[in-house]
Design a protein around this ligand. Structure first.
Ligand SMILES: *[C@@H]1O[C@H](CO)[C@@H](O)[C@H](O)[C@H]1NC(C)=O
Ligand SMILES: *[C@@H]1O[C@H](CO)[C@@H](O)[C@H](O)[C@H]1NC(C)=O
Ligand SMILES: *[C@@H]1O[C@H](CO)[C@@H](O)[C@H](O)[C@H]1NC(C)=O
Ligand SMILES: *[C@@H]1O[C@H](CO)[C@@H](O)[C@H](O)[C@H]1NC(C)=O
Ligand SMILES: *[C@@H]1O[C@H](CO)[C@@H](O)[C@H](O)[C@H]1NC(C)=O
Ligand SMILES: *[C@@H]1O[C@H](CO)[C@@H](O)[C@H](O)[C@H]1NC(C)=O
Ligand SMILES: *[C@@H]1O[C@H](CO)[C@@H](O)[C@H](O)[C@H]1NC(C)=O
Ligand SMILES: *[C@@H]1O[C@H](CO)[C@@H](O)[C@H](O)[C@H]1NC(C)=O
Length: 334
């Protein structure tokens, strides 16, 4: 039997005066403060740790996913068969209220949807904020020439091309710890769209060949992209209905955004062309002849650039040239 039951049974002792609630709470805390402290710390950790180590990385990843990337300029220069200088301005788009620091990281760059990257670029450290500009300027080594050739070909032939940028940068927001996020964005960029609008705007037959070239003129090369591409010395093959009739040369071609007006020189088989136009089976009775143009090679500092060659040879261009008019100018009437 307990002592308390005994007391009630005897009815002798009056119940002791209860201490005030405040006093009891004070006494309780005085005795159990350490337990409360442990409990408080535990609760704080249970709430804060997941916020820091689970929610914060998730929010950071979410914001990285939600951000956009725009490439406003891109310049390819000093090309060699396995490298080139890349200068690129990227603009980050983000409506997040957080503006974390994203540390410099290595990004794999590939054609959107392609299995393998063609190079890795170093992206500098930035503070993520809407409109932040990121400048990349470095020598790029092509890790896979075939893959880059595929990218160059896609740029040549397509209206739009996806450029995928993939990396795992470290990110830091304020006093929060550093967390690693996955950056995986495919940027849609305009392509050269088969050089649609390519034209020979004027040409002259040279009676006295210069350096073996018997024709010169000006070509118009539209470039709807934001890319400046140093392509070197281009050789283009000319043919009429499948019959080779010569080559055209564009020297030190630097394709800039917009319309490019470029000098050309050509070596054409004038005899063969005049033969065609004077034969009984001549179908171009007005003297306007469709010349098919296909890329033969791109050479820079004496070295062929296989990726540009591949892109150029994948494209077929046709220009209609008024041969009668050109011949009349040099005093030949057919
Ligand atoms: C971020 O995007 C990837 C796929 O692109 C997805 O797997 C991941 O769940 C997303 N993360 C967040 C936090 O939204
Ligand atoms: C990036 O480069 C452009 C042009 O070269 C320049 O105007 C701009 O200030 C640069 N931005 C940064 C953040 O370096
Ligand atoms: C990047 O995202 C795309 C589409 O969401 C996916 O197909 C691709 O596998 C991802 N890249 C990497 C390296 O995980
Ligand atoms: C073509 O050659 C002629 C003669 O050398 C020259 O006068 C003319 O300027 C050249 N035209 C072009 C577009 O190069
Ligand atoms: C380029 O030239 C074409 C044909 O001359 C013209 O229609 C077009 O507007 C020009 N584009 C630019 C960006 O100047
Ligand atoms: C490229 O031009 C060279 C001559 O300069 C020629 O021998 C070769 O057949 C051409 N290649 C193609 C694919 O037309
Ligand atoms: C293009 O060819 C010319 C004449 O052969 C040469 O002087 C020039 O250096 C070449 N350009 C390049 C970029 O290789
Ligand atoms: C270019 O022409 C060649 C031969 O006529 C053909 O095999 C090739 O598919 C054409 N390429 C394009 C991109 O139209």
């Amino acid at each position: 039997m307990s002592a308390k039951t005994q007391v009630v049974e005897t009815g002798v002792v009056a119940p002791p005066a209860k201490p005030s609630i405040g006093a009891r709470i004070a006494a309780h805390f005085k005795r159990w403060w350490w337990a409360h402290l442990v409990a408080f710390v535990a609760v704080v950790l249970v709430i804060v740790l997941p916020v820091i180590y689970v929610a914060y990385p998730k929010i950071a990843q979410h914001d990285v996913n939600a951000s956009s990337l725009k490439i406003t300029t891109m310049k390819i220069s000093n090309p060699t068969p396995e490298s080139f200088r890349l200068e690129q301005t990227q603009v980050i788009g983000s409506d997040s209220k957080y503006h974390p620091r994203i540390y410099a990281f290595d990004a794999d760059v590939s054609l959107g949807g392609a299995a393998a990257p063609f190079t890795t670029v170093r992206v500098p450290e930035v503070k993520s904020q809407d409109g932040t500009e990121v400048n990349v300027s470095q020598m790029v080594t092509l890790s896979d020439l075939g893959v880059f050739g595929g990218y160059a070909k896609a740029v040549m032939l397509s209206k739009e091309v996806g450029l995928n940028i993939y990396g795992r940068p470290d990110l830091k927001e304020g006093v929060l710890p550093t967390t690693t996020v996955t950056y995986n964005k495919t940027v849609t960029m305009k392509g050269l769209n088969r050089l649609k609008g390519f034209d020979v705007t004027e040409f002259h037959i040279l009676l006295e060949p210069e350096n073996g070239r018997n024709m010169n003129g000006t070509v118009l090369i539209p470039n709807p992209t934001v890319m400046t591409i140093e392509m070197g010395n281009l050789t283009l093959d000319l043919s009429i209905r499948g019959q080779p009739v010569g080559q055209t040369f564009l020297e030190n071609l630097v394709l800039k955004p917009g319309n490019n007006s470029v000098s050309m020189t050509s070596t054409v088989d004038q005899v063969a062309i005049i033969k065609m136009l004077t034969s009984k089976t001549n179908v171009w009775t007005t003297g306007v002849v469709p010349f098919d143009i296909t890329g033969n090679s791109s050479v820079y500092n004496g070295k062929e650039l296989p990726y540009f060659t591949k892109a150029l040879s994948a494209n077929n261009l046709t220009v209609n040239l008024d041969v009668f008019k050109a011949l009349t100018k040099i005093g030949i009437d057919l």
